[in-house]
Design a protein around this ligand. Sequence first.
Ligand SMILES: [Fe+2]
Ligand SMILES: [Fe+2]
Length: 403
Amino acid sequence: MSIKVHESSRRTRFVNAFRSHVPPQPPGDGRPRPPQRLEVFGTGTTWIQLTWSALGPGPVEVRCGDRSVTVDADGGPGAATLTDLAPGRLHAIHLRGPGLPGPLPPLEARTLVPPPGELLHRIATVSDTHIGSRSTGFLHTIIEKPEPDEVHPVRCARAALREARAWGADELIVKGDLVDHSRPEWWAQAASVLEELVVPISVVPGNHEWSGRGDGDPAAGLARHGLQLVTDVAHVDRPGVRVVLVDSTIPGQDPGRVSDVLDRTLDIAGSTDLPLLVAMHHQPLRWRVPTYLPAGIPGPEAEHFLRALGRANPRTLVTSGHTHRHRRRHVGPVTITEVGSTKDFPGTWAGYEVHEGGVVQTVHRIAEPSCIRWTDHTRRAALGVWQLWSPGRLGDRCFTRTW
Ligand SMILES: [Fe+2]
Ligand SMILES: [Fe+2]
């Protein structure tokens, strides 16, 4: 079934003329082709995730020392994860098998060094699932056609949570834009997805929840399903970390703010011996005037917030969504990350392994075949610039922060 959205709109008819859809089958004559965009996307302390836009068709063994995994590559996008690797080491990864047209040089990747002390707690995050939407790209020109029974935002969010459960998540934080607009049917869909993970769940709002294009009361929308939307600022203490949940939204507007929650956030930050993981939707900008879209928290306000947070508790990692991209930077002692959307390229969720002496952030591409086929297709957003803009560097996504 094809999508019919505002068919009477002249603009939409224009946009439809340029719409693209993900091909149902990888092209080719059945013979293996050279891999395309084969790369190391993620590294943990003991694992490495490889992803590709095209591999095969045919079986391919991915080997690293005495660890190996065999994938039945279908000629299109996919992912493979090697596990139980030695931490803090440079590893050579070899691929071979009938799914390759010839020998490949090995890939190299370094596993992360774990922080000191015991692993105490694992927190998964997702953001920008946009349940209810059916298209992506700046003009929403990228759609699924024919539309599957389970549309890509739902499918990708569900797969992310399944993968987070397999990873061992003790807890889930949703960093906003869970639904595309606050509508009862989309909250119901979101709630059905969140049931994939039977762990404590916290939900901070994004600009889409407060866009005003839904029923106007997102807190009530989520509360109908037994979950509380964070308003203002909240916190929970977990083994080895205080989780601080910040509502950075301005109802009816896309940019964010933190000035009105600053004092209460500082009280929470300074009243514990635990380090902090701060989750919010909007990214702190560097400058007063945004230099890219979507706009986040204006630079001077963000800088004031982060500097004060660093003085109150120097052992702090702040993570946001909203931009659907991956970045890492530092303001004083505070580490700040942006993590991408589940539903568009590269299609990710994040994990935080809290140790006694620090935290490991890892970003995972959602590997479920129908999801990665879709998210890889959405590389082409923004005339193809999106595939360069969104992923960031490996060190933006996966790193160790010691406290
Ligand atoms: Fe978003
Ligand atoms: Fe957003």
